[in-house]
Design a protein around this ligand. Sequence first.
Ligand code: M6R
Length: 592
Amino acid sequence: MCGIVGYVGRRNARDVIIHGLEILEYRGYDSAGLAITEGGRISVVKKTGYVARLAKATERMGGGCGIGHTRWATHGAPSEINCHPHTAGKFTVVHNGIIENFAVIKRRLESKGRKFLSETDTEVAACLMDDLYKGDPTEALAAAMKKLKGAFAFAVLCADCPGEIFLMKRHSPLVVGLGDGECFAASDCSAFCGYTDTAVFMKDGEIGVMGEGVFTLYDGNLVKKTVRTEKIGGGAPCGQPAEDFMKKEIFETPAALRDTVNAVFGDDSLKKRIIDIFSKNDKVVMTGCGTAYNACLMGKSLFERVLRVPVEAEFASEFRYKNPIVDDKTVVVAVSQSGETADTLAAVRLAKSLGADVVALTNAGRSAITREADLTLLTAAGPERAVAATKSYSAQAAAFLCVATVLSYDMKTVEKIREEICCLPSLASKALASAGEVKALAALYGKKRSVFFIGRGPDYALAVESSLKLKEVSYVHSEGFAAGELKHGTLALIDRDALVIAIVTQRHTAEKTLSALYEVKARGGKIMIVTPFDDLIAENRFDAVIKTPPSSGLTAPVTAMIPLQLFAYYMSKERGINPDKPRNLAKSVTVE
Ligand code: M6R
């Protein structure tokens, strides 16, 4: 995790860096720092907390060359001392990733008399570079790269080379932007796409040197490489919304669904490639982390129902270490909003090494996962800045439904499902109309200590995702599980303080789920139902009701997620939490 930015050129480097760090804050926001070279001197400023604090503290800084960092702590608490940049001798360094052998290297350097100020692995890397330095920083970086284990993207200043930034990458992302007489570097090109549309996506093992409008690329043995540029979408990224990104993004779900559905159904060559890749394999595995994994649970449910083929859903973090039963007749669908989650990327690489075909379902067209995949399916959800995934989850669920229909042989049924899928955007708009009622319910239940979500089939997938959403933005303890499992243990936790929310979008299991809910009521717990079914609501036995738009059993779960995301959002606001930046989390988890 963490975001890094670098700039060399005629602009004020501090301004470019702060702008980039604000955009990359989704990658970590427990502290931020920058280093600027001016008049041959490197000045470093670090602040705990959001980038806004760093921006205030550096308002008067000048200079045209510098590096910056926004941190998600791995080694050492989020203190000013541990905040990047770290300086050792002539080297000032920002880093994204984890140096796995930092303790061994640190001991070796300490035995040579080196002293360390912080608890970080990054300071050790800076010190190693300085220790290996014999007058050429690129040689020091190349030598350091041979000794470092783990994942890293580094941007480095050397006191002997003002006006230059040295870059080095393995596993963590690093992109260089080329402008007229200026160069940018960042963990993600969104940090500089407002300035240039020409980028170089650095590969693992590469070392780069940026000067004013000059970029040189080397392999790990310092053999010069050809610089291959790509065009990226230019233009200024979206500004801060009137309220919160999370709310803004939930309200963008109708557009995300419309554009994702059109992207699949409107592209005949993509449909052909989907059919080719799935039909030559015997087994389907879906994998991802967090919300993306929960989307796999939904995908599994939808695929099995439409296609009647078994699907496995696996946490990518488990898949990568379990010696998975995957071979050259398996298609692995890797789901990731960011396309750069370390565990998902590792699962993709493992699947490929075992001969599987990989389909990436991602919201980031130029991400690491797309570079490894045999086929990329893009969710056209647009940028998602809030830590909590919302519209991207809905788009992933819609994409799974579209792919299932593309693969189905049952043409009669498919036509009907396709019509329903095309109604998803308008159903989502109707679901958003419940925002006022959901807000009132959050006000009513804002002080609850425990909230349980239950459901069956696709509603179980929704229960798990609703629970994750609530936990991450409101810090309320929550569990999501299969409705029938309540009586097998968790019922012991139910008392007057508990709230149990049943998600009921499937007619054939509705009564069964309600039985579980009434067992809760009998034990004093509060019960809420989220459903499109008027006859169930008319039973009038619930403490609270959220009515979702009526539609088929295949599309109803996709839109039922919207009020549940809104519930998490309003619970967060009710409890005085910033839903966009919940504690301890980051949007993009690029470390293990
Ligand atoms: O970018 P990815 O979809 O690969 O991210 C995976 C998870 O880290 C992510 O979904 C996380 O669980 C979200 N914060 C949930 O809202």
